[in-house]
Design a binder for this molecule. Sequence first.
Ligand SMILES: C[S@@+](CC[C@H](N)C(=O)[O-])C[C@H]1O[C@@H](n2cnc3c(N)ncnc32)[C@H](O)[C@@H]1O
Length: 226
Amino acid sequence: MDGGSDRPGTGEWPEDVARTWAAGMERSVRYDHRRWARRIAATLGSARGKVLVDLGSGPGFLPAELAPLLPGCRIIATDASPVMLRLAEERFRDRGLDIGLRRCSADAVPLPAATADVVTAKHLLRLLPDPDAMLAEVLRLLVPGGWFFLVDFDAEAPPWKARAMEAWLRLTGGRAFARIFRESYRDTALVARELPERLRRAGFAEARLAEEGLSFLLVARAPGRE
Ligand SMILES: C[S@@+](CC[C@H](N)C(=O)[O-])C[C@H]1O[C@@H](n2cnc3c(N)ncnc32)[C@H](O)[C@@H]1O
């Protein structure tokens, strides 16, 4: 759980960083989390009776956007940081959303194997000291044929996109928030085009980039039939 790094985003976030980030992000949720939630829900179709586990949920933006789009789906939000989980809990309570919460590291989720029909992880993989440990945990959690949706930053996106994002975040979330983005993007962004092969090597049956940009969406399936 303790990422062993002072870099914001890895392991446990200090309270001030978490609150700055959550407050700054709030104004981007409708362009960011809501868009990805729609994309995920459209790919899944009905998820009634299914279980979705979101890893590294932070203040719960993605689960809160997914819940109304996936009626009858049991959603569990997880995060390593107690501060983030408190923010998520407040968010779900304020919106009357019935979303479970677990404090855990993304590579050791306290749920039995083959619990999840869907796992989501947005802006988490790139922050982890051992991303392959998280991928193995996703495979352990998923039922055969289960879905994995990964959203993260692409290091190879055109540089103007990162500059435009930084300007937008400065405008909407302030200077400190924009700096968290700049440093995190610079230090941790992944090479998106390498990931499908990496996931197949990790044991996923299918893995394809479904959307490319500053943030990319990778859609993968666990092996076996549902
Ligand atoms: C950049 S935020 C993204 C939050 C959320 N997924 C979103 O897109 O709004 C990264 C989150 O990952 C969490 N985190 C970092 N390392 C973690 C780990 N090893 N296990 C679980 N969560 C972790 C942080 O506490 C933080 O809430």
